[in-house]
Design a binder for this molecule. Structure first.
Ligand code: TXA
Ligand code: MG
Length: 331
């Protein structure tokens, strides 16, 4: 049984109690819904991996309520402090040297000497973190490899019965996961996300490198360890940069004059709106699509468009056989 809780004082208190007992609570952030568990508890963190069906123990992001709590878990340098002051709370995750005394479960960091940390900009997430009083490990609250959830109903569609509760605070405003920046050495973007690369570069005053990992098949795209080329997968095949819709396809447009007959990420061509709509429209198109698949209009590769295109490319990537077609109702 998975409880649906309201993000009021009573719901937050119940959610915090579940977390203190080692349970799992999905909660809203400004990016996507996260699947939260006590980041200090091996058992709770192991349950996160189990509930998601993650194939490997990838490191998870640790969520904290403020910079002071973050500084107790990781070592901040001047760059990290400047970015935290500019963008926290917000859709930025920093990878920093871990403070071993922080007491985080080694499962959270996958045994690495670094830790990924963020302060989410969502009142319900911050209220939950304060009521719980500790660090929350939280990957996106979806079965591994599937489309990330931006509404409580998405969480339940994938994880009902496998987690204790979901805090329902409506749709997420940003709609794509946080940008991950490693400062464990030279600054380097590991994942494009809800904070545009351009904003980070303006704050740091230097152009940023993006990490690549040929081993994942991700080509020259940024990748954090454990990010698979095929991810965010829809059941239906996805055709990107489509100039027009073909017979039998479900169309996802972007901008004016596209997708009048189908779905549209943003009729006005607004990138913020497109990011917020992305995962919901992928799910909607997937539920309508048959053998003809889904066609998506081009999205410019700038600002939030980088994160949108990254998610679309991963959703369209060839996938491992076991992931090829989910069982009916899996999502
Ligand atoms: O917006 C978000 O970031 C959402 C919400 C719930 O906060 N969370 C999220 O978490 O996307 P998750 O677990 O799906 O993504 C974690 C990513 C993984 O790609 C992982 O490889 C990377 O962060 N990561 C975690 N720790 C790391 C570390 N020490 N070094 C490098 N990458 C790390
Ligand atoms: Mg995820």
């Amino acid at each position: 049984m998975t409880l649906t809780l309201r993000p009021d004082a009573r719901g937050i208190a119940r959610a915090a109690g579940i977390l203190r007992r080692g349970g799992l609570v999905a909660f809203p952030t400004e990016t996507v819904y996260g699947l939260g568990g006590d980041a200090r508890s091996d058992r709770a963190v192991a349950r996160i991996f189990q509930a998601k069906g993650r194939p490997r123990f990838n490191p998870l992001i640790v969520h904290l309520p403020d910079l002071a709590a973050a500084e107790a878990a990781a070592v901040f340098d001047d760059r990290a402090r400047r970015l935290a002051a500019a963008f926290w709370p917000g859709p930025l995750t920093l990878v920093l040297p871990l403070r071993p005394a922080a007491g985080l479960s080694p499962l959270v960091t996958a045994g690495l000497p670094s830790v990924a940390i963020r302060v989410p900009a969502h009142p319900a997430a911050l209220a939950l973190l304060r009521a719980f009083g500790g660090p929350l490990a939280a990957p996106s609250a979806n079965p591994s490899g599937r489309v990330s959830p931006t509404r409580a109903a998405h969480v339940l569609a994938g994880l009902a019965g496998r987690i204790d509760a979901v805090l329902d605070a409506g749709p997420c405003a940003v709609g794509v996961e946080s940008t991950i920046l490693s400062l464990d050495g030279p600054a380097c973007i590991l994942r494009q996300g809800g904070l545009p690369q351009e904003a980070l570069e303006a704050c740091l005053g230097e152009p940023l490198a993006t990490a690549t990992a040929a081993a994942t098949g991700a080509g020259d795209r940024p990748v954090a360890p454990g990010q698979l080329a095929s991810h965010y997968a829809t059941a239906a095949a996805l055709r990107l940069n489509a100039a027009e819709v073909r017979p039998g396809e479900v169309w996802i447009g972007f901008g004016p004059g596209t997708g009048d007959a189908g779905l549209n990420l943003s009729p006005g061509g607004d990138m913020v709106e497109a990011a917020a709509n992305l995962f919901h429209l992928l799910r909607e198109a997937d539920s309508r699509a048959g053998a003809g698949g889904i066609a998506v209009a081009p999205v410019p590769e700038r600002g939030l468009g980088r994160a949108i295109n990254d998610r679309l490319r991963r959703a369209a990537a060839p996938r491992p056989a076991a992931q090829a077609r989910p069982a009916t109702g899996e999502r």
